[in-house]
Ligand binder design. Structure first.
Ligand code: ADP
Ligand code: MG
Length: 322
């Protein structure tokens, strides 16, 4: 028997294990009611994933559910906000049980990890599109933004760059790129750096999550903070596989510079605060790498050794470009 819109909501989206005290009324009414804690700012972000645009059409439902939430949590991480609840607008070509089971599994596994409650949404029929709006809390004045970076600050990134782009390349250009399961996992299962964002609140002068490629996203910090940056391309944290490719041909650095979907944080730190980063990295079991520093000359200077690394515009993915 076909499932109605209401069957889908009741079966897949209502029985969530997480419950939060700040959610006064969740799914089932015309709107959710949230008791926002006093003296708290609400950080709100929304991101849409469209099949064939933001993920390959063959992507497993479980990965789509996971990633749709992960990319939003990454935005909260970049603000230093603590995730609280989310809404889901799901547009589906058809209501397939297996697909919905997988989608819900991927979605709620990550929601539970971050104690995040689904409080409402919308379900309609059409080309596969997932929009998630997420909200988190941050004390007044504590949020990390793109402004505030100063000349002399060190530029850091978390994790490794370019792996998701390598994963996408192995799927789309299989003749040129050897299959790499761990790169494909980075593409489908990015780990939002929520705890890192929280720890950076008192340390970073500016922060952004890398979704469109390092150069494009770092450029947003530079514009907002009115500074420039010098980046040492050889310092970029890479997987062994990508490192080997870059040694063979420096053009492969483009994957780490302009490839999308990293969902790592890029942030700026005054030199006298850098010492605290090692403790954070050790406590959280992640790597934090200094890739350069901020300068007064606008734009991004890329260096490889003592030479300039040639690059064109900031690059990065842009939907409406020609
Ligand atoms: P309305 O017509 O008043 O907008 P809907 O019939 O669209 O309400 O939805 C009924 C209830 O189910 C609402 O509380 C809505 O927030 C929730 N809902 C609908 N779709 C989803 C979804 N995909 N995920 C979570 N909650 C949903
Ligand atoms: Mg509705």
């Amino acid at each position: 028997m076909p499932q109605s819109e209401f069957d889908i909501i009741a079966r897949y989206f209502t029985p969530q294990r997480v419950t939060r005290r700040d959610v006064a009324l969740g799914i089932g009414d015309d709107a959710a009611l949230i008791a926002v804690p006093e003296d708290t700012q609400l950080a709100v972000a929304i991101d849409t994933l469209v099949s064939g645009v933001h993920f390959p059409v063959e992507t497993a439902a479980e990965d789509i559910g996971y990633k749709a939430l992960a990319v939003n949590l990454s935005d909260l991480a970049a603000m230093g906000a603590e995730p609280a609840w989310f809404t889901l607008a799901l547009t589906l070509p058809e209501a397939e049980r297996d697909w919905l089971d997988g989608f819900a599994r991927g979605l709620f596994s990550l929601a539970e990890t971050h104690h995040l409650q689904l409080v409402g949404g919308d379900t309609s029929r059409g080309p596969l599109t997932v929009s998630i709006q997420v909200a988190g809390y941050v004390p007044p004045q504590a949020a990390l933004t793109r402004r505030g970076a100063q000349v002399g600050d060190a530029v850091y990134v978390s994790g490794r760059l370019g792996e998701a782009a390598l994963g996408l390349a192995c799927l789309q250009q299989a003749d040129e790129y050897e299959y790499d399961a761990s790169a494909i996992r980075k593409l489908n299962r990015p780990e939002p750096r929520v705890t890192l964002g929280l720890a950076l609140r008192e340390i970073a002068t500016a922060c952004i999550d890398i979704s469109d490629g390092l150069l494009a996203d770092l450029a947003h910090i530079l514009t907002a903070s009115q500074v420039g940056a010098a980046i040492n391309v050889q310092r970029l944290p890479l997987s062994e596989r990508l490192h080997a490719l870059c040694v063979s041909d420096k053009r492969y650095y483009q994957l780490a510079l302009s490839g999308g979907d990293d969902y790592e944080l890029c942030f700026c730190v005054p030199p006298d605060q850098e010492g605290r980063l090692a403790a954070i990295a050790a406590a959280q079991g992640i790597s934090l790498t200094r890739i350069g520093q901020l300068e007064s000359e606008p734009g991004i200077q890329l260096r490889i050794g003592d030479q300039a690394y040639p690059h064109d515009a900031p690059g990065g993915f842009e939907h409406f470009r020609g």
